[in-house]
Design a protein around this ligand. Structure first.
Ligand SMILES: CCCCC/C=C\C/C=C\C/C=C\C/C=C\C/C=C\C=C\C(=O)SCCNC(=O)CCNC(=O)[C@H](O)C(C)(C)COP(=O)(O)OP(=O)(O)OC[C@H]1O[C@@H](n2cnc3c(N)ncnc32)[C@H](O)[C@@H]1OP(=O)(O)O
Ligand SMILES: Cc1cc2nc3c(=O)[nH]c(=O)nc-3n(C[C@H](O)[C@H](O)[C@H](O)COP(=O)(O)OP(=O)(O)OC[C@H]3O[C@@H](n4cnc5c(N)ncnc54)[C@H](O)[C@@H]3O)c2cc1C
Length: 659
């Protein structure tokens, strides 16, 4: 008798859900932050999922041109819906998230507008922001050049003030000064915030931001002196190829003086350079803003991958039980759990540290408004470090989820290849992760060097003030071990650098160790913020217990993975390390019955997940089968090319065999 495997799989997920030991609806609130956040996200996700224009299941099969046009169409339709439905800023930004297709609007709202807000004077904001808010202009963020991305001070584009005409002359003096990479620049943007070296009265004052019009508002053609286009196809099918990352060159393009962003410094009518009393690092403010939002995005991308892998692992069965009973769900294999559950825990960890980082960013912004710059360094270290650690971990985790889904994970219809391809550049954009971790390391070294002078470190570095205690004690397996590991690694680096003939040389020589010290410091922050979260009042049956479990999984898994650091610094004994590993196995057993419900709590629609393996109803096999037939290759039974290339070959073989 034929067994309906599909129906059996569907029942499997229902059984998993019934076995969960906590209130999923309450967990949705803990994940999203509030009842309101759940409701509004739910509404926007469904709005997108039910609109045929936002269909995306065919995306990996489109040509680059069709994909780009599809992105323009989706962006225009999204804007139409936002206006028609009078959506709030919160709703509109969620709607764009669920459309889930990188495009020029991301840079317009995500960098162009924030750059003007952060670096423009009130007058400049009054002039430019209304135009941007109504999409009467489209903007991008043109910083990186062909020759320099990480080294912002090395950019070569010039903005030379001409006092005769009260204008800046924007120029690309070399090939390597061509702007290269800005998203939205290639085909869509009419304007850009361009970063260039300001030259006035014959002196180079370094990098500053300028608003430059690139294309005609009449017919979209490039303005005189402007050469621009797309930089070409990128990694993976679909994925980030919907974005028109661009190249841009200027040939002595003139802009009015008041298009220099003048909040941080000004050039007077006479050409005098005037520095405001604000730190010049505020020029990097837009990057800080985006880095904090990238941490929140890491938890979104990671939770999507984990949701797919957990649901599919509950459906997928391989090998029978020893007594010839039913086959085993792969989710029951201890190895599957030890690879998957730390990723599930990381998704929650990144979500909560992302919320905290958002709070920190808001707090710093408010302080800046009253000219309090005391937390600027903390904001830089936390955004740079958390961006680096969470994006690297997420990129690795998406690939691990693909492997956890076996062969089917490699199909585009699993959603994982595209998620990986679209996500991996997060390790590079908004600051290469190594470059950012070295920034954290510099701040750690500065903090260590100030310990002897009695200056008490603050914020996330405060634990370093307990130097006497942390350098000596053996630690119990909890936060203190993370503190001791991070501090001892930093102090070791500082001591080694101190022995070098000069500090810069020492830093350069020790940079691989410094990277690890920075990672240890950032992991301490993630663990600490997760612990703080679970100490809060969290309503809902069993929710707090589940989060406590996941917090322990995250901490112990991190400890297990970096046991070498803990042992080498004497922060733990080998026996404690072994006990921690034992405990981890027990925790996985507690996560197991709740795993499907824990990913349901992300509340993702099937449209947003975009994966036949991660479907909410678990009906994986019919969906995989159906999806295969949609491939353009299956439009004809006999493939195109048969008559040119297969038939002659086959005929020739036939003739040969007859000889
Ligand atoms: C199809 C399916 C869809 C699925 C979708 C799924 C998921 C999608 C997920 C995510 C997508 C989400 C968002 C996408 C977002 C973005 C992508 C698009 C755009 C990307 C844009 C960009 O990349 S823009 C360009 C970014 N460029 C960089 O980041 C450059 C990095 N370099 C630097 O920042 C600097 O050069 C530097 C910091 C490394 C060094 O600078 P320098 O001036 O040389 O400084 P010093 O090192 O000498 O330091 C001097 C002092 O300044 C302090 N400091 C440095 N930076 C800052 C700062 N930002 N804030 C405050 N202070 C800073 C530093 O500490 C020093 O201080 P001291 O003097 O006290 O020591
Ligand atoms: C998808 C995507 C979108 C982007 N969008 C934009 C945008 O909208 N606007 C924009 O302006 N830019 C954008 N960028 C550019 C991006 O910000 C840069 O690529 C990024 O900052 C890295 O700089 P780079 O390419 O110069 O790398 P490089 O610095 O050349 O890195 C190459 C290697 O050198 C290493 N390295 C560099 N410096 C050091 C150091 N001091 N110590 C040790 N190792 C080092 C790096 O770790 C890396 O391994 C985008 C990039 C991508 C991939």
């Amino acid at each position: 008798m034929a067994v309906d495997h599909a129906a059996a799989e569907v029942d499997h997920l229902a059984a998993e859900r019934a076995a969960a030991r906590f209130d999923v609806e309450a967990m949705k609130i803990a994940w999203a932050g509030s009842r309101h956040a759940v409701d509004v996200a739910d509404r926007m996700a469904r709005l997108v999922a039910s609109d045929p224009v936002f269909r995306k299941d065919n995306r990996t099969m489109l040509s680059r041109k069709d994909l780009f046009k599809d992105t323009l169409r989706k962006a225009a339709h999204a804007w139409k819906r936002i206006v028609e439905l009078r959506l709030t800023e919160e709703e509109a930004s969620l709607l764009r998230q669920y459309v889930d297709q990188p495009g020029y609007v991301d840079l317009h709202w995500g960098m162009f507008v924030p750059a003007i807000k952060g670096q423009g004077t009130e007058e400049q904001q009054k002039k430019w922001l209304p135009l941007a808010y109504k999409f009467q202009i489209i903007g991008c963020y043109a910083q990186t050049e062909l020759g320099h991305g990480s080294n912002v001070q090395g950019l070569e584009t010039t903005a030379t003030f001409d006092p005769m005409t009260d204008e800046f002359v924007i120029h690309s003096p070399t090939l390597t000064s061509s702007k290269w990479w800005p998203g939205g620049l290639g085909k869509a943007s009419t304007h850009a915030v361009v970063y260039a070296r300001l030259i006035t009265e014959g002196k180079d004052y370094g990098i500053h931001g300028f608003i430059v019009q690139l294309r005609s508002l009449e017919d979209h053609s490039p303005l005189p002196g402007v050469t621009l286009g797309d930089i070409g196809g990128k990694f993976g099918s679909g994925a980030y190829n919907s974005m028109d990352n661009g190249v841009l060159r200027f040939d002595h393009v003139r802009i009015p003086r008041d298009q220099m962003l003048m909040r941080l410094s000004q050039v007077t009518r006479e050409g005098k350079y005037v520095q405001s009393d604000v730190p010049k690092q505020l020029l990097y403010g837009t990057m800080v803003y985006v880095r904090q939002s990238i941490v929140a995005d890491a938890s979104k991308a990671l939770s999507r991958a984990v949701c797919i892998a957990v649901r599919y692992s509950a459906i997928r069965k391989q090998f029978g039980s020893q007594d010839g009973g039913p086959e085993t769900q792969v989710l029951n294999y201890r190895t599957q759990q030890s690879r998957l559950f730390p990723l599930l825990a990381s998704a929650y960890a990144f979500r909560f540290v992302g919320d905290w980082l958002n709070w920190l960013y808001t707090d710093v912004t408010q302080k800046l408004e009253v000219k309090d710059y005391s937390t600027l360094q903390e904001a830089h270290a936390c955004t740079a470090g958390l961006k680096a650690v969470t994006t690297s971990a997420t990129a690795d985790a998406i690939e691990e989820c693909r492997k956890l889904c076996g062969g089917h994970g490699y199909l585009n219809s699993s959603g994982l290849p595209e998620l990986f391809a679209v996500y991996v550049p997060a390790c590079t954009y908004e600051g290469d992760n190594v470059v950012l971790l070295l920034q954290v390391a510099r701040i750690l070294m500065k903090t260590v060097s100030q310990l002897t002078s009695g200056k008490q470190p603050v914020g996330t570095m405060a634990y370093m003030g307990k130097v006497q205690h942390l350098m000596q004690s053996k630690c119990a397996v909890k936060t203190e071990a993370f503190e001791a590991r991070a501090l001892r690694m930093a102090v070791n680096c500082a001591q080694n650098i101190g022995q070098a003939s000069n500090q810069e040389e020492g830093f350069y020589e020790r940079s691989p160790d410094l990277l690890e010290a920075a990672v240890a410091h950032i992991q301490l922050i993630i663990v600490t913020k997760f612990i703080e979260k679970v100490h809060q009042d969290i309503p809902g049956h069993g929710v707090k217990e589940q989060l406590q479990n996941l917090c322990n999984v995250y901490a112990l898994y991190t400890l297990h993975k970096h046991l070498g650091d803990f042992l080498a610094t004497g922060s733990l004994t080998p026996k404690q390390g072994a006990l921690a590993n034992e405990q981890l196995g027990k925790l996985y057993a507690q996560v197991r019955p709740n795993a499907v419900a824990l990913v349901d709590a992300f509340n993702y629609t099937d449209h947003y997940l975009g994966s036949v393996l991660g479907r909410y109803d678990g009906n994986v096999y019919p969906a995989l089968y159906e999806e295969a037939w949609k491939d353009p290759l299956n439009e004809t039974v006999v493939p195109e090319g048969y008559h040119e290339y297969l038939r002659p070959l086959l005929k020739q073989q036939l003739k040969l065999s007859r000889l």
